[in-house]
Write a protein that binds this ligand. Structure first.
Ligand code: FCB
Length: 467
């Protein structure tokens, strides 16, 4: 089976709010997720991240697990409110110590820390001052990047500024299904503009403290395909692509926001000041790609106004703006969240990134699948579908590498079953199972398989295998 490039970075990823728990320990301030989960109806199973995987206290166990799997790298995020409880101003040394111990522990175990600065847990104090739609939040984020890189820049060599700007804007401020739960298209686009400015500012702050650091961003691209043959759905897929992908790729790597999308968003498009686009396009060392699924898109017929039969009826504001909506996937294999397993979309997105930002290193910073595999009577978790998913997506990575995309690593989402945001604890993404009641960790079959893949630096047969 196929080998990966020498030195390929094999990792697993998590994020702070999804695993840490201990939301008020050691002087931690409140984040928008700490607040959001307390409002009724926000999380499907009514759960919170108050305990999650209890990683804040059990991190040595988790570190030992990573070492036993042979991981070469671990991607985690830092809770801004552990370090700066109010988002700015007073530094909480105890919070910084936690991440420093983790980094030192990883390095001692031969596991390279890959640190994400922002994985969705904005300090509530900053949300109270307007949150991401307000420009000043970018400067506060750069301050956080400065504090963190000043303390750990001598040891952390890989940084990601923000995780998935699209989700931060459109889920947090557009549909409101994520914290802080606001729903306004203009705010969503303003939030994304600030997040991208924050990214550029943070790259500069990290470089100043750590000249040899490699700095990137984690983007979630989604390959968009027309539902039906013909020009209408093709144009709709193109608009959806502009919304999900091109907006970010053009801002970061080309000439600024795409004009067709600016026109489509109309009055909701963000206000841009002189030099903003230069800040956003600050050169980076790698681009992280989070890839899960692809989408099939259909043109909306109606305007959404009183058109009871048209596809626009009941459409969200965003669907009306895009005149497009997502339809049933053109594949049979879906995860437990209904996400289309489509490795071809990953391959296409990697090749597209390579064409858009030539010579820029690419790292798959997240990929994974939710499947619920209860333990067998013997206590094993035999998650064959997850193995098949990672095998297929890794094969897609290998094809993209063969096609010329400089992909240098893959981080499985996730190391642990964890708190999946508004979905609560239902979806299970881990290579390692976590039993919510007892916190017991169980390495799944997929974890064992992944460990063999890492050791061999090549895909190994799935069929009939027992790890
Ligand atoms: C990504 C998020 C990550 C996790 C996975 C399933 O969009 O970055 O935190 O929720 O999806």
């Amino acid at each position: 089976m196929s080998a990966f490039p020498v030195g390929f970075v094999w990792g697993a990823a998590t994020s702070a709010y999804q695993i840490e728990g201990s939301p008020r320990a050691d002087g931690k301030g409140e984040s928008i997720w700490d607040r959001f989960v307390r409002a009724p109806g926000r999380v499907r199973d009514g759960s919170t991240g108050d305990v999650a995987c209890d990683h804040y206290r059990r991190w040595p166990t988790d570190l030992a697990l990573m070492a036993s799997l042979g991981l070469k790298a671990y991607r985690f995020s830092v809770a801004w409110t552990r370090v700066l409880p109010e988002g700015t101003g007073r530094v909480n040394e105890v919070g910084l110590d936690f991440y420093e111990r983790l980094v030192d522990g990883l390095l001692a175990a031969g596991i390279e820390p890959w640190v994400t600065l922002y994985h969705w847990d904005l300090p509530q104090a900053l949300e109270d001052r307007g949150g991401w739609p307000v420009r000043e939040t970018a400067a506060e984020f750069a301050g956080f990047a400065e504090v963190l890189s000043a303390r750990m820049g001598d040891r952390v060599r890989h940084w990601m500024t923000v995780n998935e700007p699209w989700e931060i804007g459109f889920l947090g401020y557009g549909s409101g299904v994520h914290a802080p739960g606001r729903a306004d298209l203009r705010d969503a686009l303003a939030a994304i503009h600030t997040v991208l400015l924050a990214h550029g500012d943070a790259v500069q702050a990290i470089r100043a403290n750590s000249p040899h650091a490699r700095v990137g961003i984690a983007l979630d691209l989604v390959a968009c395909y027309p539902d039906r043959p013909g020009a209408q759905d093709a144009a709709a897929a193109e608009r959806m692509d502009g919304h999900l992908n091109r907006w970010f790729l053009d801002a970061l790597f080309a000439d600024g926001y795409p004009q067709d999308m600016v026109a489509l968003y109309g009055p909701a498009a963000p206000a841009i000041q002189a030099h903003d686009m230069e800040i956003i396009a600050t050169p980076i060392d790698f681009v992280g790609l989070n890839y899960y699924y692809s989408q099939w898109v259909r043109a909306a017929r109606g305007t959404g106004k009183g058109d009871s039969k048209g596809d626009g009826a009941g459409a969200t504001k965003l669907e009306q703006v895009l005149r497009a909506h997502v339809v049933r996937p053109h594949v049979d294999t879906l995860t437990s969240l209904g996400w289309a397993v489509h490795p071809e979309g990953l391959e296409a997105s990697l090749l597209r990134l390579a064409a858009t930002a030539p010579a820029l290193e690419i790292v798959v910073t997240e990929s994974g699948a939710a499947y619920d595999d209860p333990p067998t009577a013997g206590g094993r978790i035999e998650d064959r579908q997850r193995i098949a998913y990672h095998a297929a997506y890794l094969e897609a990575v290998r094809r993209a590498v063969a096609g010329g995309a400089p992909v240098s690593g893959y981080f499985a989402w996730s190391l642990l079953d964890n708190f999946e945001w508004a979905e609560g604890y239902g979806p299970r993404f881990g290579l390692v199972g976590v039993s919510p009641g007892t916190q017991e960790r169980t390495v799944k079959e997929s974890g064992r398989w992944y460990s063999h893949v890492i050791e061999a630096n090549r895909l190994i047969p799935v069929e009939g295998a027992r790890w």
